[in-house]
Design a protein around this ligand. Structure first.
Ligand SMILES: [Zn+2]
Length: 300
């Protein structure tokens, strides 16, 4: 058998063999109306005849999320454009790692067996997953994954407070400074962020692709939205609007993780009453500096 770069088995420090010298990734895709997409693996595959997630080896130059989405499209015809990544969870063996990418569908999709790696595809309600004969690694990970299934990380950003935290001349052009902040947040929503860096009480293996709500006020409140960043322009006092936004988010989607970015103590107290976590503006700027230092990836 001829293997391409990024294919083949790894003899792992854990004593087992795994597929993918650059690691492997699988897509835990949820359709809120139908459940999660499970694949019945063909008998010839590694641990064949069990149910698991579509996915496969990570190729050189790919992120695990890229790999999980590409493999899913190849195996199930679910188009990459229909997939919205929410989070990922890494199982790191040192010499090898497996990343589960949690995602939701942007619109109704059909999944069809598209290559020889699977014999069936089912949308399975979460309560019924354990009734299937699961691949043992997926069975072991499922309880942890299920806790975060379909949940989003929402960053609610106090624009005035965050731009004020870095003296880069923002006072000369507040609207321009808010637009730059919005663009940096858009990058963060595309590249993702480690859970522990945004104040979430989760293990370090978790990473999230946040939905961002930027609360603007005063002369700098009219800023256009971009992909990944919603703008909430306060008609009056920005703090009141931010607290209302947090309360709405918590009541409409109570399972989501909501993190408010502000250094304002009184605002933290008020938002905290609705059950949000917090991140300081300095920590957010540090994340921006790090994401800017990463090699930019062409937009697809
Ligand atoms: Zn291993």
């Amino acid at each position: 058998m001829l293997l391409g770069e990024g294919e083949g088995f790894v003899s792992c420090a854990c004593g087992r063999r795994h597929w993918g010298p650059y690691g492997a990734a699988g897509l835990l895709l949820v359709d809120p109306l139908r459940g999660v997409l499970l694949q019945h693996r063909a008998v010839w595959t590694h641990h064949g005849s069990t149910w698991a997630l579509p996915g496969g080896a990570v190729l050189p130059g790919e992120t695990p999320a890229d790999a999980a989405i590409r493999e899913t499209e190849e195996e199930t015809t679910v188009p990459s454009e229909a997939v919205r990544v929410l989070a990922s969870c890494v199982e790191d063996h040192g010499t090898w790692c497996y990343t589960t990418v949690l995602a939701t569908v942007r619109n109704a999709v059909e999944a069809r067996v598209a290559n020889g790696e699977s014999t069936a595809l089912h949308w399975v309600p979460p309560d019924e997953v354990e009734g299937y004969r699961l691949h043992h690694d997926f069975a072991a990970a499922w309880p942890l994954l299920r806790e975060q299934l379909g949940r989003e990380l929402v960053l609610v950003v106090d624009a005035a407070n965050v731009i004020g935290a870095r003296p880069d001349g923002w006072w000369r052009d507040r609207a321009g400074a808010v637009a730059r902040l919005r663009d940096r947040l858009a990058v963060l929503s595309r590249v993702g962020v480690a859970a522990h860096r945004v104040g979430l009480d989760l293990e370090r293996r978790w990473c999230w692709w946040p939905r961002v709500v930027l609360v603007t006020e005063g002369k700098a409140r009219h800023v256009d939205e971009v992909e990944g960043v919603e703008i909430v322009a306060a008609p009056g006092e920005g703090d009141d609007t931010l607290v209302e936004t947090v309360a709405d988010l918590r009541s409409s989607r109570p399972r989501d993780h909501v993190v408010v970015v502000t250094a304002d103590r009184e605002l933290r107290r008020r938002a905290g009453e609705h059950g949000s976590a917090f991140l300081g503006p300095t920590e957010l700027w540090r994340l921006f500096d790090e994401s800017a230092a990463q090699t930019p990836k062409p937009q697809g």
